[in-house]
Design a protein around this ligand. Sequence first.
Ligand code: FAD
Ligand code: SF4
Length: 470
Amino acid sequence: MMMVDLLPLELPEDLSFLESILKEFYEKTGSAVAQRILAGWPNSAKSFVKVFPQEYQRVLRQTAEEQKAHLTNGPMSVVSKPAPVIKDIEDIIPENLDKVRGFMKYPRKTNPYRDPGERQKDWNEIYDFKGVRKTIKTQAARCMECGVPFCQSSHGCPLGNIIPKWNDLEDWREALNQLLQTNNFPEFTGRVCPAPCEVLVLRITPVNIKHIECAIIDNAFEKGWMIPQIPVVRTGKKIAVIGSGPSGLAAAAQLNKAGHTVHVYERNDRVGGLLEYGIPTMKLSKEVVKRRVDLLAEEGITFHTNVNVGKDISAKTLLQENDAVLLTVGATWPRDLPIPGRDLNGIHFAMNFLETWQKHQLGNKIDYDHVNAKGKDVLVIGGGDTGCDCIATSLRQGAKSIVTFEILPEPPEGRAMDNPWPQWPKIFRVDYGHDETKLKFGKDPRNFGILSEKFMMMVKVMLLVSALSK
Ligand SMILES: Cc1cc2nc3c(=O)[nH]c(=O)nc-3n(C[C@H](O)[C@H](O)[C@H](O)COP(=O)(O)OP(=O)(O)OC[C@H]3O[C@@H](n4cnc5c(N)ncnc54)[C@H](O)[C@@H]3O)c2cc1C
Ligand code: SF4
């Protein structure tokens, strides 16, 4: 638990900061309370206390002492510590970043992606890893250990990641240890998590969390730190996990760590669930999935692919052979659109389209021509993330045109009055596929507020229904 001191508000910079936010609050809300406090300023400041984390105070004192010693003795450390011959990328980032109210001093790096014109020509991950790493220390300095860590509350990170701890980044290995305590697969969340933690951190420009998380784990894999952690003691208990998506993999990892013998059963030909066959390679490289699955196998988990539980092996047999059976089978049942004309040719479920293509990409001998967007006019029904993945995949396959229908109205640019912080902001977002399509066809593919009523005769049109489950 983080210990904090409640201090009187005395420092001039604290007083002027508080006064400025009170003024802003009053201007924007007309609050009578803010008006009363401001009328009695600075006397009314005595009713406030400064919530100051002790650990943060310690770091500030230490930094001040180091700076003082540097000024008095000259750059002793340079003499005693020879400069490294090869600099790590993090070493070339300016030192002595001032973290006090860092989120106000350093702007958020808003675009973690590669250039949309370039990235739409390939199937590689869309992220600009090099760019993210270059700015990582400055971005971490935006996290100010505020003492009110919404980001790790039940509304923030669903995994309970202790974000401020790793943002110190004094030591990459320590940051890794911290991260792995709460997150089994940061390389997945660091790429595809919608990052609810970030919108909870700050009202307008959040601290960059997800990409820092990703950099910590990718760096660990690069440095060879991610070696198999094989349990020293086995409990003798045997557990079957049915389904190898992220929930099955995380459960298997935890149970194996606890010393149980774990067997994972997967009906598909590869492990990973929607991580492997669903989320496109541009968002999550299949190499990254394989790297983790291989590590889990080395740690002692046994994977059985092409085993459809209920058909190839009965649930009863699994129950008899194991001490416990875990169902982590996901929601792979598509939501249909049973309107007139549904039986026309050229209408496909999004997952069929994505999975078929991803199997083809991985070298499976699979007939994918009937669900290939090349040269076709594509209409995607459903404007969510899966819809966006369909757009981006169609674009790379060489679609002639791409349009999306979304049933909901177009969201506002900023938060509506009934959607205040810290709720998830229901605002207009431009995801990677939208950006790329706009660049290629000159127009955002989305059309809002459209309720599909009927499918008409289609020629050379491919239609993707992108809602996933009932
Ligand atoms: C296109 C797409 C993009 C997405 N993008 C994101 C994203 O960017 N960020 C994000 O957070 N989420 C994303 N999601 C959602 C995310 O992928 C899912 O929430 C997540 O995969 C669910 O995990 P799961 O383990 O419960 O199920 P799944 O990943 O569906 O895994 C279940 C597994 O169980 C197997 N199974 C089912 N029945 C049996 C059986 N009888 N025997 C053996 N095996 C069986 C299935 O074959 C499957 O492999 C996306 C989903 C889709 C479809
Ligand atoms: S990005 Fe990371 S820290 Fe944020 S919610 Fe997702 S898993 Fe948690």
